[in-house]
Design a protein around this ligand. Sequence first.
Ligand SMILES: NC(=O)c1ccc[n+]([C@@H]2O[C@H](COP(=O)([O-])OP(=O)(O)OC[C@H]3O[C@@H](n4cnc5c(N)ncnc54)[C@H](OP(=O)(O)O)[C@@H]3O)[C@@H](O)[C@H]2O)c1
Length: 255
Amino acid sequence: MNIANVQGKGVLVVGGSRGIGRAIAERFAELGAEVGLTARDASRASEVASSVAETHGQPVSGYALDVTDRDQIREVVQGFEPGSGVPDVLIYNAGISPVYASAEKVDEGDWDAIIATNLTGAFLAAQTFARRLIPENKPGSIVFIGSINSVVGDPRLVAYTASKAGLAGMAKTMALDWARHGIRVNTIAPGYVTTDLTSGLQQNEGLRRSITDRTPLNRMAKPAEIADLVVFLASDSSSFITGAVYPVDGGWTTG
Ligand SMILES: NC(=O)c1ccc[n+]([C@@H]2O[C@H](COP(=O)([O-])OP(=O)(O)OC[C@H]3O[C@@H](n4cnc5c(N)ncnc54)[C@H](OP(=O)(O)O)[C@@H]3O)[C@@H](O)[C@H]2O)c1
């Protein structure tokens, strides 16, 4: 068997419309998985799904989903029906980081929005996914896209850090709760990646330099550089790995 074989697996990527999530959806489709992906805007979801399907010759379905709407999360995770009936893999990638301010200045509304999108949405998606698999005795894999802030703090990112460290902690407990059901739960902790989320700092020469200088590999990552580890953790090649947190950060958290 090829390493990291995901051919025929049903994979739902929550937040698969652009950036890291889109790169993940593309990689799974390229490797023969049956992908479902979400975007907040319905036409964007079907447009991206059609484009990924056409590029890779695989069935891809698009779903409209705002993860701050709890009922909608349950409906979409419940509704994703790959050919095999029950999905094999859930990737929770949706995330925001709209505030860059010292903790004493952070507004409660911003705190709530970040926790709702980055953490509560992940809890509800993973819980709904597990509730589908457990009665069917079906094994599965959940991968959360965390951040270096799942592992270390950074100034002026208090809510984002709380959400991403929370994600890694939640994954460990889910890994323990669901190990007996064959559902593995892992977190990937990317460093700085060139996406819309970081467009502000990419355009600010001083900020960008401070990030690359602090990264041992001396650059930011491309979205595709996150995707292969996601595929590995989704596949049976990682069958003895659960509850782990993997930095993909050019060495950021080693120093
Ligand atoms: N870029 C980095 O440097 C970096 C580093 C570490 C971790 N990460 C994490 O990686 C993940 C992806 O980030 P990215 O850099 O690819 O960001 P991005 O390009 O801004 O994409 C964000 C994704 O999250 C989705 N999303 C945001 N709010 C949502 C909501 N309320 N409901 C549903 N979906 C929502 C977006 O969907 P729409 O298209 O519908 O808006 C989009 O698919 C995030 O969790 C982020 O925290 C990023």
